[in-house]
Design a protein. Sequence first.
Length: 101
Amino acid sequence: MESKNNWKAWLYLAPVIILMAVFTFYPIIDTFFISFLDGYDYTLGTYSGFTFNNYIRLLTPYGGNNYYFNQFMKVGLPNTLLLTFITVPISIILSLMIAIG
């Protein structure tokens, strides 16, 4: 009897799993792949060169005149950390307050 119930559960979950795969997992994987490309044409979907230079340029703090790190990471990283450490606890606390009553 349990195997029949499991089959029904998977049948009910299938549309949600398919939608999540299409609209969540595929864009995450595609963005990760594009982050390693040297150049990408969004209109045609073509790319040129597979490289680690994007990450090297982004993550080396003061290797030469690294404009990307100095300008974007100095502002973006603290903002991201602040947003994360403020919104996550607040949302958890509010969710628990709503759930408990």
